[in-house]
Design a protein around this ligand. Structure first.
Ligand SMILES: [Zn+2]
Length: 233
C-alpha cells in the first residue's frame, strides 16, 4: 500500500550482502503483479530466491536448499498461512537465524479479522515494528484501502491484484480520509461505526487511537543482527 516495507526489506538484504552474508528473499505467488520480482515505486528491484504457494512447506524448502543463509526475508507476509508462519518460527529456532516478515496487519475491509498470516505473525513474533506512512492529507495513515476504478470499495474478495482489466489500487489512508471517501462512494456499510468513532473526538485523537498497518517480524532472539532492526520510516 505504499508504506515502504519492500524498500526496507531490500535495505536489510543489502546490509547483509554488503557484509558478505547470504540471504533468502521470498514472496507469495499470490502477489503476481511484478512476476517473481520484488518491486518498489522509488526504483530498486530484486529477484526473489523463490515464490511460494500456500501448500509449500517453508521449513523443508529453506532448510534443504538455503541452509547457508544468514537471514530469511519475506515480503507480503500477510499471505502466509498460519502453518507457514509456524514453519518460519522453526527456522529461527533450528537454524538460529532471523526471519523478518514484512506485510500488512489488516486487509482492506477493516471490519473482520484481516489476514490469517498476519494474525499468526502478531501472535508469535519475537518483535513487531510498525512502519509508519502518511495519508494524502498528511496525517498518519492507518488503513489499507482498496480502490476499484478510483472508487473506495469496502467489500469483495480477500485477494484482488491488478490484472489490467479494472484499475485496482491500494492506498494508505487515515481514518478521517477513509470516512470522506466512504461518503463520496455512497457506501454506508460502516455508518454506525462512523458515528461512534467521530462523535466529539478531535481528528488528531482519532488518528492516534488506531494502530497503523505494519510489519510483523519473526526474529531469532539470539541473533546478532540487531543493527538491521530499524523498520520505522
Ligand atoms: Zn487523511
Amino acid at each position: 500500500m505504499g508504506c515502504g516495507k519492500t524498500m526496507q526489506l531490500l535495505q536489510v538484504a543489502f546490509n547483509y550482502e554488503e557484509r558478505g552474508h547470504k540471504v533468502c528473499v521470498i514472496k507469495p505467488k499470490t502477489d503476481t503483479k511484478h512476476g517473481t520480482k520484488l518491486y518498489t515505486r522509488i526504483g530498486p528491484e530484486r529477484e526473489t530466491d523463490f515464490c511460494f504457494d500456500r501448500n509449500m512447506d517453508l521449513y523443508q524448502t529453506i532448510t534443504k536448499k538455503y541452509k547457508n543463509v544468514q537471514c530469511v526475508l519475506v515480503d507480503e507476509a500477510q499471505f502466509l498461512t498460519p502453518k507457514q508462519v509456524d514453519e518460519l518460527m522453526l527456522i529461527t529456532i533450528n537454524l538460529n537465524i532471523p526471519v523478518m516478515c514484512y506485510g500488512l496487519r489488516l486487509n482492506f475491509r477493516r471490519e473482520d479479522g484481516g489476514f490469517e498470516g498476519a494474525t499468526r505473525l502478531l501472535q508469535i513474533a519475537h518483535e513487531i515494528e510498525e512502519i509508519k506512512t502518511i495519508c494524502e492529507c498528511g496525517h498518519k495513515a492507518t488503513l489499507n484501502c482498496r480502490f476499484l476504478n478510483d472508487k473506495l470499495v469496502t467489500d469483495g474478495p480477500d485477494i484482488l491484484i491488478d490484472d489490467g482489466k479494472a484499475k485496482i489500487e491500494y492506498r494508505a489512508l487515515c481514518p478521517a480520509c477513509y470516512e470522506k471517501y466512504l461518503l463520496r462512494t455512497g457506501d454506508d456499510s460502516c455508518g454506525s461505526r462512523r458515528v461512534t468513532l467521530s462523535k466529539g473526538v478531535p481528528h488528531e485523537s482519532r488518528v492516534g487511537e488506531e494502530k497503523a498497518a505494519g510489519p510483523a517480524k519473526n526474529k531469532s532472539a539470539g541473533s546478532a543482527q540487531r543493527s538491521n532492526n530499524v523498520h520505522s520510516n
